[in-house]
Ligand binder design. Structure first.
Ligand code: MG
Length: 454
């Protein structure tokens, strides 16, 4: 395998172990060489290591001749918005998104506000591993530039996309759980501004994440679930560590997966925008397809990864994208996943329909999804995938990302080799739990035999 610096979500690692100051400096100089003296925004999430790392990043960029604007603490989509609509050449976001507190990372953003492409990552990796970077002379070093507040313009932009008359009329009671991270800087104030009655939990920014782990899941959101029920709130909203995702809790305390709430947003979007195309990765529920068919829209399926959704939306001019992990992309705002925008969209749906979230979700078709992983040595992945495809050639197969098999129109199995670990990720969806379990068992047996070389 060729040497990699970037994983599926930028550069990630445990601070002072994988992500040492020396490594970060070299990576930042390589990123600076890639931007070749451009104007670069640097911002960070609320991690304890954020200050240390962003200082090194700024030094690396300056030494490569870039001018640097430090925006400090901000959600990733807010920094992406500032790049897209400001006069910048790119950004480096110091974040490890949903990873535990000992992790941090760097996300590199292009001039258009979207993460750089795999091809561009390879250019940076080339400089990093070959050391093919010429240091700038003292007279060519970059300088620090001042930058105004980026939070308010971003928040105002989201507000403009919301039917504030409807949301003010309904005065929804919402509980926001930013998980002690930078979502606390935007979502509570945004929702108050559009007329919600807002309460918060875990809203003090703290890089030790004392309230809950930075990844929002049904387990980590139990306190939010209880608070929603105890206070009689209409909705709970939780962000991950850099607030590009949002998961929602219904008024009855149920924590909902992202593709179900995305399907709800999709339904209301297509009702207002008939015939539009929505973009989602092949790992999303077929619910996204059902809703598109019901509302006369189309679905474009992509490889897994937010950048694939963003780039495809740009290519075909799609206005809406979504992921099962709670990422919603709203093109007229910015075609990247955005937790605060997602929160505003769900609030708007509740306000306009005057219906409870549990009821709205209950009206959607029901499927059962199982997600698991199967260990497989790197050198057997290609062979195993080819064999699976050959064995089930009588069934409908798609090869957008790994192999997706459709035994019938309402069930599928996705087998995807992980890009970062020696495993296959396996997703199964079927109309019932029993059918999903049966399918999983059938394919896991086949996979295990193939991996063993039987
Ligand atoms: Mg994130």
């Amino acid at each position: 395998m060729t040497q990699r610096l970037f994983g599926t979500n930028g550069i990630r690692g445990v601070v002072n172990e994988d992500l040492t100051p020396e490594m970060i400096l070299r990576a930042s100089q390589s990123i600076g060489a890639f931007f070749d003296g451009g104007r670069i925004l640097v911002g960070r999430d609320g991690r304890t290591s954020g200050e240390m790392i962003s200082m090194i990043v700024k030094s690396g960029l300056l030494s490569a001749g870039c001018s640097v604007c430090d925006v400090g603490l901000a959600p990733t989509p807010c920094i992406q918005y500032a790049v897209r609509f400001g006069s910048y050449d790119g950004a480096v976001v110091v974040t490890a998104s949903h990873n535990p507190p000992q992790y941090n990372g760097l996300k590199v953003v292009s001039r258009d506000g979207i993460e750089i492409s795999r091809h561009e990552e390879e250019q940076i990796e080339g400089v990093f591993f070959e050391g093919s970077w010429t240091p700038k002379a003292w007279s060519q070093l970059g300088s620090m530039k001042s930058v105004g507040d980026i939070l308010a313009p971003y928040r105002n932009a989201i507000e403009r996309h919301v039917d504030a008359e409807a949301t003010r009329r309904s005065r929804l009671k919402v509980v926001v759980d930013p998980g002690n991270s930078v979502g606390a800087l935007i979502t509570p104030r945004l929702l108050s501004a559009v007329g919600c009655d807002v309460q918060t939990i875990n809203s003090a920014i703290d890089g030790t994440f004392p309230g809950r782990p930075p990844e929002p899941t049904p387990e980590s959101l139990q306190r939010l679930s209880r608070t929603v029920k105890l206070t009689g709130a209409d909705l709970g909203i939780a962000h991950d560590g850099d607030a590009d995702r949002a998961l929602f809790v219904a008024e009855n305390g149920d924590v909902e997966w992202g593709d179900r709430t995305f399907a709800l947003v999709e339904k209301h979007f297509l009702m207002r925008n008939p015939g539009e195309t929505v973009v989602t990765p092949v790992s999303s529920s077929q619910l996204v397809r059902d809703i598109a068919e019901e509302q006369g829209g189309r679905v474009e399926w992509t490889r897994v990864g937010s950048i694939n959704v963003s780039r495809r939306m740009e290519e075909i001019g799609s206005k809406l994208g979504g992921e099962e992990n709670g990422g919603i992309f709203y093109g007229p705002h910015i075609p990247v996943r955005d937790g605060a925008m997602a929160a505003a969209m769900i609030v708007e749906v509740l306000a306009k329909t005057g219906t409870k979230l549990s009821e709205l979700l209950g009206e959607l078709p029901h499927y059962h999804i199982i997600k698991t992983k199967i260990p497989c040595p790197e050198n057997r992945k290609d062979h195993v995938l080819a064999e699976v495809t050959r064995m089930i050639s009588e069934r409908t197969v798609e090869a957008t990302d790994g192999v997706k098999i459709w035994p019938d129109r309402r069930s599928w199995i996705l087998i995807r080799p992980s890009g970062t670990e020696p495993i296959f990720r396996v997703f199964v969806e079927a109309p019932s739990k029993g059918e999903a379990n049966d399918l999983l068992e059938e394919y896991v047996t086949v996979l295990r035999d193939l991996i063993k070389g039987a």
